[in-house]
Design a protein around this ligand. Structure first.
Ligand SMILES: [Ca+2]
Length: 148
């Protein structure tokens, strides 16, 4: 009976990847947003998603107290902010909607600010062509469950 139940459960899962805990790494090369995204996807996982105040605190510590700016994975896809990491199985409910804009941002200054940087715990939109340090995320442990 137990074996049968397990098959039923996995059959419903289809394919689900779990990432825990989410870990960040500040990359000290300066790249534009697109090149930073390519680098992250090639080497590790993706540009950072920030989904909670805990993530903000963790990143603030990683960047230190200096005035450092760094790209995160948020970008403007025709009037809608999206995360570079789009696979919804990596998010808990509501996490993709988390935002921590600096007051007055996003202001789309000169109408060319479609990428987002992190600085001192807040977010700014900025031109994607600007070269900045960037934050990548990876999973310390990941588990892939594949159903039948
Ligand atoms: Ca701005």
């Amino acid at each position: 009976h137990i074996g049968f139940l397990l098959i039923l459960l996995t059959a419903r899962l289809c394919s689900l990847s779990l990432c825990f805990p989410r870990e960040y790494h500040v990359v000290e090369y300066e790249k534009n947003w697109t090149d930073a995204q390519t680098y992250c996807r090639h080497h590790y996982k993706d540009l950072a998603t920030i989904a909670s105040q805990e993530d903000v605190t963790m990143l603030s510590h990683a960047l230190g107290n200096c005035q450092r700016h760094a790209w995160i994975g948020l970008y403007n896809d025709i009037n809608s902010w999206r995360w570079s990491l789009e696979n919804t199985s990596y998010y808990n409910e509501g996490e993709t909607e988390f935002r921590r804009w600096k007051s007055g941002e996003p202001n789309d200054y000169s109408r060319i600010e479609d990428c987002v940087k992190f600085r001192q715990g807040k977010w700014w939109d900025d031109p994607c062509s600007k070269k900045l340090h960037f934050i990548l995320q990876y999973c310390r442990y990941s588990l892939l469950l594949i159903g039948v």
